[in-house]
Write a protein that binds this ligand. Structure first.
Ligand code: PMP
Ligand code: GLN
Length: 395
């Protein structure tokens, strides 16, 4: 309570100033409140493999309930290292070059807090995942977005180079990319490598959708490019790969110096992450490749289904190469503003989607873009499409 005549003192710290509450909370709450079909927040309707759940139950019942080591239980660290070796030929030391985090979200936060100083610049692809910009600000750093432009959303080397100044310290990459669904190709990754090496940048690369790529595309981890393993911190997570987004088990791999910097921050955030889930994720990484391949094939089908349905609406559909998401341009309906469009969509159509404009600084590029998730049950996708087709979406 403030005394009469005095200005109330703000309670929230200035470092939160201007950061909008995460759109995913807002839009999932809207879906629940309005009983809408949720094609917004990216979580699958179906859980991952039962044997992985059983492994977690065994761990819960088998006395794995006290603090895990800060860097993760040894069997999970070993399984992550074995995964990086088997899939990408990357060899990391389980003792010093891998750490487990509370989802990739904590990995992103700890990487930024551990690697950038106030005033440093972080170069980031735009559209960006919302936690990147929040954490760049909380770290006191400055974001330098590099825009991926419709319709191809390619990363242009000149645009990347132009975003790098003397103050740049970290390049924060994301491939496969949320929300465009781009899987960066070798030429784009070579541009990243060249710029990072020229300017001596560390690259933090968020590869949580590493296995969710379509049409025989191959995800190439940045760390596999010449000269990059020594300056790249790679983040991933069990959430997307095994359809357990609520478990929040993520990890980082990279040279010891970078992993140590991340751990330096992370130890004061969570200290360590969900102990009984870690052996279960180790089991998943060691035994569930067939599940992952089937998931990618299923998502490809759902991508096709959602894109075909959206194609019947009056929108431009930007067909994704990977991830859970597809972007559309809603201007032909007379809408310039995706936030207003998405806020009105439950009432107009009984569907929730994500206004991609919140992932942009450059509103000219992003104001009219809407993101739809296809990691949902087939009938949920069909129900959403049916409602959209039946509705009048014109402004
Ligand atoms: N990065 C990207 C690009 C994402 O889409 C998400 C959403 N899951 C995350 C990170 C967060 O991952 P986690 O749930 O493991 O914290
Ligand atoms: N990654 C998910 C998405 O992009 C959401 C995760 C979250 O809600 N933080 O929809």
């Amino acid at each position: 309570m403030s005394t009469p005549g005095s200005h109330p003192r703000p309670r929230a710290a200035a470092r939160l100033g201007g950061i909008r509450p995460t759109i995913f909370t807002e839009m999932s709450a809207l879906a629940v409140r309005t009983g809408s079909v949720n094609l917004g927040q990216g979580f699958p309707d179906a859980d991952g493999p039962p044997s992985v759940v059983e492994a977690a139950v065994d761990a819960l019942r088998g006395g794995r309930n006290q603090y895990a080591p800060g860097s993760g239980v040894p069997e999970l660290r070993e399984a992550i290292v074995a995964h990086q070796e088997a899939h990408y030929g990357l060899a990391w030391d389980p003792a010093s070059e891998v750490t487990v985090s509370t989802g990739a979200t904590e990995g992103i936060a700890a990487a930024l807090l551990g690697l950038v100083d106030p005033g440093d610049e972080v170069v980031v692809l735009e559209p960006y995942y919302d936690s990147y910009t929040a954490m760049i600000q909380m770290a006191g750093a400055v974001r330098r977005p590099v825009t991926l432009r419709a319709p191809d959303f390619r990363l242009e080397r000149e645009a990347l180079a132009a975003a790098v100044s003397e103050r740049a310290r970290v390049l924060l990459l994301n491939t496969p990319h949320n929300p465009t669904g781009r899987v960066l190709d070798r030429e784009e990754l070579e541009a990243v490598a060249a710029v990072a090496i020229e300017h001596d940048l560390v690259v933090v690369t968020d590869e949580v959708y590493e296995h969710l790529v379509f049409d025989d595309r191959v995800h190439v981890p940045l760390a596999t490019l010449p000269g990059m393993a020594e300056r790249t911190l790679t983040l991933s997570s069990a959430g997307k790969t095994f359809s357990f987004t609520g478990w929040k088990v993520g990890w980082a791999t990279g040279p010891a110096e970078l992993v140590q910097a991340l751990e330096g921050a992370k130890q004061w955030m969570s200290f360590s992450s969900g102990a009984p889930l870690q052996p279960a994720v180790a089991h998943a990484l060691s035994t569930q490749q067939d599940f992952v391949a089937a998931l990618a094939a299923e998502l490809q089908e759902k991508r096709n289904r959602l894109c075909a349905g959206l194609g019947e609406l009056d929108v431009d559909v930007y067909r994704p190469e990977g991830t859970y998401f597809v972007l559309t341009d809603v201007r032909r309906y007379g809408h310039q503003d995706s936030l207003a469009f998405c806020e009105a969509l439950p009432e107009r159509a009984g569907v929730v989607a994500i206004p991609a404009q919140v992932f942009y600084d450059d509103l000219h590029e992003g104001r009219h873009l809407v993101r739809w998730a296809f990691c949902k049950d087939g009938d949920v996708i069909d129900a959403g499409l049916e409602k959209l087709l039946a509705a009048d979406l014109h402004a």
